[in-house]
Design a protein around this ligand. Structure first.
Ligand SMILES: Nc1ncnc2c1ncn2[C@@H]1O[C@H](COP(=O)(O)OP(=O)(O)O)[C@@H](O)[C@H]1O
Ligand SMILES: O=C(O)[C@@H](O)C(=O)COP(=O)(O)O
Length: 423
């Protein structure tokens, strides 16, 4: 297998989002969970997205994991490695985007590289280095209340400069609009002043295409699915009408369930809508932290009673006020971690109860669930909503279907749509 593109993703939902974009653009793609075991038989693909759970761990650990993943990809022929980060640039002043970017640049001997979380399909645009989520700047969006990495600064040049050892430049929209040669000239000028990374503005797909072409001049780039689209188009020299490489997936049947650990505004609304069509159990955050075993056992008993009659949804998700109150009591990391582990307990119990189709809302939540279930890799099925594909297990003892939904993605009826898309 010689890879045309390699990617290292900092969480599992983000990895499936990127793998979905690459697949839709015609690249046969597999998502692995961490660096694959040599014994894992991977299908013949054009791109591999190595999913890490490295967004909210200590920066040194994120760097070590990312370097190992990058090395594995380049050994398999990937001449370019994309570091996939969140389209809302989820990170803190300690990292991990800057430290990982610095390490991959050094390992691969890169000059000035492009960095852009723009993903216009999900209304993430970048102008003058400022990230917009829909119509509002990042710092006024629901991301200001994220339980693990609240985003309070929309200026990504500033955000990344706080995380990186180097200085950060900007490639503004006028330059992106002027095309690849103008962007190349700007990169060369930045390189001469010792600037090794630049935030690239992007508002429309044509800017992503320019980004993809220029990004390939260097061995590494950093961004979200929009950059992935640009890279795939540049590699394939194909237009937007290129056929999808998604695998046709057979129906599995059997019980289905939804687990929600995201507290994103979009997920809270999706849970509210789901309540009108299926049984929903809302768990109390405090009980999950202080009496996890009991709370999980009760939730599983509730689910087992209902699963024979149709899908169920179990949600730990809280409003910003509930999250703030829980964190004030138990600490941010501690409450987040405890609830992620409770979600993993629930997933394990649901699978033991026969569930083979599972929707998980939340990036860290998905990471905890997939790790607990010991799943080595996923093949890409059809897209459910922008950034969320159906995933089929590869190399796992049980054949299952998953949808790993980024907290912020999907419309209000996402859960019903997801269940329909994974019969
Ligand atoms: N009620 C709650 N109170 C506090 N934290 C919560 C609550 N419910 C879930 N969490 C935590 O919030 C975090 C949500 O992050 P994540 O799963 O990545 O979602 P998203 O995709 O929206 O970022 C997880 O660490 C999860 O355990
Ligand atoms: O780029 C994105 O927005 C997503 O792919 C992503 O990374 C989402 O992260 P979570 O919201 O933590 O799932």
């Amino acid at each position: 297998m010689t890879l045309r593109l390699g990617a290292v993703a900092d969480d599992y939902t983000g990895a499936s989002d990127l793998a979905n974009t690459l697949t839709k653009a015609g690249l046969r793609t597999v998502q692995t969970i961490g660096v694959p075991d040599p014994a894992l038989a991977l299908p013949d693909v054009d791109a591999v997205v190595v999913a890490l759970k490295s967004r909210a761990i200590p920066a040194d650990d994120a760097v070590a994991l990312s370097r190992a993943a990058c090395g594995w990809l380049t050994e398999r022929g990937a001449a370019h490695v994309m570091f996939k980060v969140c389209s809302t640039f989820d990170s803190t002043d300690a990292g991990n985007i800057g430290p990982v970017m610095d390490a991959l640049r050094a390992d691969l001997g890169a000059a000035t590289i492009l960095v852009s979380p723009a993903f216009p399909e999900t209304q993430r645009t970048v102008y003058q280095g400022h990230l917009f989520v829909g119509t509002v700047p990042l710092s006024e969006s629901p991301l200001k209340d994220h339980p693990l990495n609240p985003m309070h600064d929309s200026n990504l040049v500033r955000v990344l400069a706080r995380q990186s050892a180097g200085r950060i430049g900007l490639i503004d929209l006028a330059t992106m609009e002027a095309g690849p040669e103008a962007v190349r000239a700007r990169c060369a000028a930045l390189a001469e002043t010792g600037i090794g990374a630049a935030i690239a503005d992007a508002v429309f797909e044509r800017h992503l295409e320019v980004m993809g072409i220029v990004a390939l001049d260097q061995p590494v780039s950093v961004g979200a699915s929009g950059l992935g689209l640009g890279l795939a188009r540049a590699l394939g020299r194909a237009g937007p009408d290129r056929a999808t490489a998604a695998a046709p997936l057979a129906a599995l049947g059997g019980p289905a369930a939804i687990l929600a650990g995201s507290c994103a505004a979009a997920t809270l609304e999706q849970i509210r809508i789901a309540e009108t069509v299926l049984p929903v159990l809302r768990l109390a955050g405090a009980a999950l932290v202080t009496e996890r075993a009991r709370a999980v056992a009760e939730a599983l008993a509730w689910a087992r009673e209902r699963l024979p009659h149709g899908p169920v949804l179990i949600a730990a998700s809280g409003t910003p006020e509930e999250v703030a109150a829980l964190q004030a009591r138990f600490g941010r990391t501690e409450s987040g971690h405890a609830i992620e582990q409770a979600s993993a307990d629930l997933a394990e119990g649901l699978v033991a109860a026969g569930v083979r189709r599972l929707v998980v809302a939340g990036g860290e939540t998905s990471g905890a669930v997939v790790d607990r279930l010991g799943l080595p890799a996923f093949l890409l099925g059809p897209e459910i909503a922008a950034g969320v594909p159906v995933l089929a297990t590869v190399g796992a003892p049980l054949e299952m279907r998953f949808a790993l939904k980024s907290g912020n993605f999907g419309g209000p009826d996402f859960f019903a749509r997801a269940l329909e898309a994974m019969p």
